[in-house]
Design a protein around this ligand. Structure first.
Ligand code: FAD
Length: 308
């Protein structure tokens, strides 16, 4: 089964997990009745696993993906970046994935580690990685690439960013997975614009469930500078749990109550966001599960995305 073929017939549903750093985290994800099993029950078309910048966590990435492959209940996909890698090491690593039966990848440049100004390797951009993979492996990989609806944070201009996205398609990418974007008006503009510029490959939208205030703020601002719409800011504001001069000495119970309320409001927000994405006609919904199946199941159920 190949993901690129699925887009022709249906709205593709997929999940993203991260490779845990600890044995306890691995156990929770991969044990017999662990989070992976619970995610399979939601019938995703594929599950992707993130890849640490500069090669960190890669061992566990392969362990998680090998487990998904062995379980045989969905398609495993690896994220892959070229930070600090020579062409030779990229060739070897990707051959290893193929040997393990993993032939779907998200081809990324990767974020520069702090203090770096280049990839520190043989390839500089995702465009080069896609070309290299096609040159070395032909069609043995189905290749997704990243798209940034608000423009990549380092891009010289929004137009240039779309031009480079088109280059990724021309170099052989099969589909786009997007950076999270809560600004729906901006997303619609970008979606129209890329189609006008001749980008025809499917768009699989990255959705981060709003479950935790700190993670939401961190994902939006630490690397990507994503716009947070007023409605989302209001949810954060209503349930503020960070140091607050206006509410000194809040009890632990107050904080716990606000966290729970934040999650409830965040789940409703995510459900509405998925409905908007679907109404625009995107080709897939890719949920960042944060390795937690419970909230994902609730969101999918309320969104009518179970058993599609
Ligand atoms: P590129 O497409 O190479 O773009 C980087 C910058 O260079 C952009 O500003 C672009 O406009 C510009 N550019 C692109 N091509 C050219 C060119 N040919 N010439 C000149 N300029 C160019 N990172 C990880 O390390 N691990 C992960 O698992 C991971 N998962 C991700 C999942 C998704 C869905 C997304 C959207 C991102 C993910 N990232 C991950 C983050 C990603 O690595 C960063 O966003 C990184 O900063 C850029 O990667 P890219 O592939 O978009 O880079």
């Amino acid at each position: 089964m190949d993901i690129k073929d699925l887009f022709r017939d249906k709205l593709v549903l997929s999940f993203e997990v991260f490779p845990p750093k600890t044995d306890a985290g691995m156990e929770k994800l991969c044990k017999e009745d662990g989070e992976l099993e619970k995610l399979y029950a939601l019938k995703p078309d594929y599950i992707s696993c993130t890849y640490g910048a500069g090669g960190t966590n890669v061992g566990k990435n392969l362990e998680v993906l090998t487990r998904i492959r062995k379980d045989g209940k969905t398609i495993p996909m690896t994220h892959f970046n070229c930070i600090g890698s020579t062409k030779e090491s990229i060739r070897d690593t990707l051959s290893g994935y193929l040997d393990h039966g993993i032939h779907h990848m998200l081809a990324l440049r990767g974020d520069f580690p702090i203090g770096w100004r280049t990839t520190g390797g043989d390839l500089n951009y995702a465009t080069e990685l896609v070309s290299f993979v096609r040159q070395e492996f032909g069609d043995r990989f189905t290749i997704a690439v990243a798209g940034s609806p608000e423009g990549h944070i380092e891009s010289a201009s929004y137009k240039d960013d779309i031009r480079f996205l088109k280059m990724k398609q021309d170099c052989g990418a099969d589909y786009i997975m997007t950076q999270l974007c809560w600004d729906m008006e901006q997303f619609k503009r970008w979606f129209d614009e890329i189609r006008k510029e001749g980008i025809t490959i499917p768009v699989d939208v990255g959705v981060m469930p709003i479950l935790n205030a700190a993670s939401t703020i961190n994902m939006a601002l630490s690397r990507n500078a994503c716009v947070m719409p007023r409605k989302l800011c209001e949810i954060i504001s209503r349930n503020w749990i960070f140091p607050n001069v206006f509410a000194p000495g809040e009890s632990e119970e107050d904080v716990a109550r606000k966290k729970a309320e934040f999650m409830e409001e965040g789940i409703r927000y995510t459900i509405d966001q998925i409905a908007e994405y679907r109404s625009i006609g995107v080709n897939g919904i890719h949920l960042y599960t944060l390795n937690r199946s419970g909230p994902v199941a609730r969101i999918l159920d309320a969104s009518g995305l179970l058993n599609l």
